[in-house]
Write a protein that binds this ligand. Structure first.
Ligand SMILES: *Cc1c(COP(=O)(O)O)cnc(C)c1O
Length: 684
């Protein structure tokens, strides 16, 4: 078991720098380029080695450096400017929400429950798309002034850090999260003791402390059971994101749901609506019913009605295999002590998670539970909405499939978190600042055509160059760590070409995402890659699930392909895909490639991130791209026309072929169609 708290001597902050602590304590800095510049300037190396963690920086920076900064007028003036911006942001009462819903300000509050939150890299309590989406929701809510509060877990081990062995086989290691060195505040009681919540587990109570992350105007609360009063097994509940077995999973979900409801109560927050981000959060409804029954004396059915009318459920999964399911014995173990207190019997409880309440063999399904405990259900794109209606048809046997009340809310991104500083400044110059505060305002974007081609292209090329130098540096470090030959290591400086057409592919290495579709016809690919007149290069990144051997084999296959000495300049795999790698990639690539097996990509958001950075999408018509391509076909290419296949081998062959054709006939020629000024006008 890991340490609980550590004391160390921290540098003392000169008075003139006191504002740094305030800036570091609100994650608003993570999407404000000036704040980032401020921290980077303090100590560029420390900024990188702490993985962009200003709290850890302030705890470890050299005292001498602080003294020098206090005397640096340029730094102090930037510090003052950033402090002022933050102050204005946090206290601004004129938000989108207050304009649209003046009557609801101070009355309305929505709680957002999620197993992951991807806010920024130094708070690694996320694994992938679902968490990044939750993070972007929280940040967007802050910008828009939506009164939202986030609830989740503070894991000691977030998702794993990926590195590859010399053979290209994925290895996993873990960062050890020390919340005392992270941008988190421990919640305390008025007597300064740690504020704690307790959750009734069978035969014992599990205690958790509450970490508070300020995300602009939004509060995010993360529970942590690593406390000495808990038994070792209970301390381990928040040990690892998606770690352990089914039993660990049910314990974590009880903590998120029931513990999350206790947390809101402890913080005296009474939400009007509860959003469950995927079924992991569905026990929140049970926690709410329990409170209504025990504290307000409601009957179970009454409490259920109240809870349901204020519940919202987002499903993210397009396949039944992806749903959280628990065996009835496990549910008994963790809930039988509550059946009585809820005022129902075992059968009634289990029925909440079953399609057929009379089937004693049916396992307990967290998505069914979430739907029983909410009034609104949505998928994450238009296509996924339709897929979900058909997938959950059995839940509404009397209703025609098109009338099943599952709608969709297409995922989105928090633009400020993903746009490059350079592109953002370009928009500021030509469009004004409005797009930052209200990205949905059409007026803000109306002047987009006034952007000179030249300025847009130069900005984009600059970011491509930055991506290439980042990739070279990363590649070099990877090769050193893998124990590559010194010759190979030296060659990393010559990998990639800052002027070549750069295509990015970064996502989980799940087989349905078909990362190696491109390798189906190696000769055809090699021909493209060795064209010195019109060079093309590919950057890959992504993790395979630790237990997914097939996914790991795909990574290995790519690495082996990229080993060929002709290919290594043109194909680079960046290890440890995370928000840092993601930002460099989406800001610098020309084309974002996505080849999922439709309709497996529920939405996807990575392709959206290239759009404000001037990148184009080349993607199968799946997830969000069905809508994106329909609305604005000029922002990229569709691979195929949205066909679905039963013969998967045939599908791979047809779609690989379509992809090669498109690259050879459309993408590459368009990119290299240059005017006398060197600009690819049609591309721009
Ligand atoms: C945006 C993002 C995702 C989500 O990407 P999709 O593959 O489109 O679902 C996952 N991980 C990271 C690090 C991201 O930045």
């Amino acid at each position: 078991m890991k340490k609980i708290q550590e004391y160390s001597v921290v540098p003392s902050l000169p008075g003139k720098l006191a504002g740094l602590r305030v800036i570091a304590s609100n994650l608003y800095w993570s999407w404000d380029p000036d704040s980032i510049e401020l921290f980077r300037r303090m100590d560029p190396q420390l900024w990188e080695s702490t993985r962009h963690n200003p709290v850890m920086m302030l705890q470890t920076i050299d005292q001498q450096v602080l003294e020098e900064l206090a005397d640096d007028d340029g730094f102090i003036s930037l510090l003052e400017q950033v402090s002022e911006t933050l102050d204005k942001y946090v206290n601004d009462k004129k938000t989108w929400f207050s304009r649209e819903y003046p009557e609801a300000v101070d009355k309305f509050k929505v709680a957002y429950f999620s197993a992951e939150f991807g806010i920024t890299e130094c708070l690694p309590v996320y694994s992938g798309g679902l968490g990044i989406l939750a993070g972007d929701h929280v940040k967007s809510a802050s910008d828009l002034g939506v009164p939202l509060v986030g609830v989740g877990l503070m894991y000691q081990h977030g998702y794993f850090r990926q590195y590859l062995n010399i053979d290209g086989y994925q290895q996993e290691a873990y960062y050890d999260n020390d919340p005392f060195k992270m941008p988190l505040h421990l919640q305390r009681n008025p007597d300064n003791g740690t504020r704690k919540i307790t959750v009734d587990f069978p035969g014992r109570k599990v205690v958790a402390r509450i970490w508070h992350a300020k995300v602009g105007r939004v509060n995010l609360y993360l529970l942590d059971t690593n406390l000495p009063e808990n038994r070792p097994n209970d301390r381990a509940i928040t040990y690892q994101l998606y770690g352990g077995d089914k039993e660990m999973r049910i314990q974590q979900e009880i903590m998120i749901g029931v513990g999350g409801v206790q947390t809101l109560a402890a913080m005296e927050i009474e939400p009007c609506a509860i959003h469950m981000n995927e079924g992991h959060a569905a026990f929140s409804g049970i926690g709410r019913i329990l409170r209504l029954v025990e504290e307000q004396g409601l009957a179970f059915e009454e409490a259920l009605t109240v809870v349901r009318s204020s519940g919202i459920f987002t499903t993210h999964t397009p396949v039944p295999a992806g749903i959280d399911i628990f065996e009835p014995v496990l549910v008994d173990r963790y809930f039988s002590h509550l059946y009585n207190r809820l005022g129902i019997d075992r059968k009634q409880f289990l029925a909440l998670g079953r399609r057929d309440p009379d089937n004693d063999l049916e396992p307990f399904n967290m998505s069914f539970l979430a739907m029983r405990l909410s009034a609104h259900y949505n998928g994450v794109s238009r296509l996924h909405g339709a897929v979900s209606r058909s997938m959950w048809r059995a839940n509404w046997p009397e209703v025609p499939v098109d009338d099943i009340p599952i709608t969709h809310v297409t995922n989105g991104i928090h633009i400020a978190s993903w746009i490059s500083r350079e592109a953002g400044e370009l928009y500021d110059r030509y469009l004004g600042h409005r797009w930052r505060e209200d990205p949905t305002a059409r007026e803000a974007w109306e002047r987009i055509d006034s952007l000179p081609d030249e300025a847009l292209w130069r900005t984009h090329e600059l970011r491509r160059e930055r991506l290439v130098s980042f990739a070279r540096q990363r590649l070099k470090n990877q090769l050193i760590e893998r124990g590559a030959t010194s010759q190979d290591i030296e060659q990393s400086d010559r990998a990639l070409d800052p002027n070549a057409l750069t295509i990015g592919f970064a996502r989980r290495f799940a087989t349905y995402k078909r990362a190696t579709l491109l390798l189906r016809d190696v000769d055809r690919l090699k021909k493209m890659l060795t064209d010195e007149q019109r060079p093309v290069q590919f950057l890959f990144a992504g993790k395979a699930h630790p237990r997914d051997e097939e996914g790991k084999a795909l990574i290995r296959q790519l690495i082996h392909f990229a080993r060929d000495h002709q290919m290594r300049r043109r194909v680079v795999f960046l290890e440890n895909y995370d928000m840092i790698v993601s930002r460099y990639m989406v800001q610098g690539v020309d084309v974002w490639l996505n080849t999922p097996r439709r309709p497996m990509e529920a939405s996807g958001t990575s392709g959206m991130k290239v759009v404000p950075n001037g990148g184009l999408n080349l993607s199968v018509l799946d997830g969000w791209w069905v809508e994106g391509y329909e609305i604005e076909p000029n922002t990229g290419w569709a691979i195929g026309r949205g066909e679905e296949y039963d013969d998967l081998a045939l599908q791979d062959q047809v779609e690989a072929n379509a992809l090669y054709n498109q690259l050879e006939n459309d993408v590459i020629p368009l990119f290299y169609d240059r005017g006398s000024d060197g600009l690819p006008r049609r591309w721009i």
